[in-house]
Design a protein around this ligand. Structure first.
Ligand SMILES: [Zn+2]
Length: 85
């Protein structure tokens, strides 16, 4: 007795295809997990992309805050330099 590597259905030993899901049986079962991993990686990268975008947004907000702080410091220094000169 064999079992379908895709859906786990019981199959006769001479079965080449799963009668339940149509998966190919008997050939190398190794190629099966590889295509299954690819969409997972894609989804993971999508999550990463979203997380990166969120982090970038947060960084942008922080950058803006720092931008204004740097400008304020620069203006203050310029004013002090002008006053000193
Ligand atoms: Zn199956």
């Amino acid at each position: 007795m064999k079992y379908c590597p895709n859906c786990g259905a019981q199959l006769p030993d001479n079965a080449n295809f799963c009668g339940s899901c149509g998966a190919r049986i008997g050939a190398t079962p190794q190629p099966q997990p590889q295509p299954a991993e690819q969409p997972k990686q894609k989804m993971f990268s999508m999550d990463n992309y979203r997380a990166n975008r969120e982090a970038q947004k947060q960084r942008m907000k922080k950058m803006k805050w720092w931008h204004w702080a740097i400008i304020a410091i620069g203006v203050t220094m310029l004013t002090m330099m002008k006053l000193g000169a």
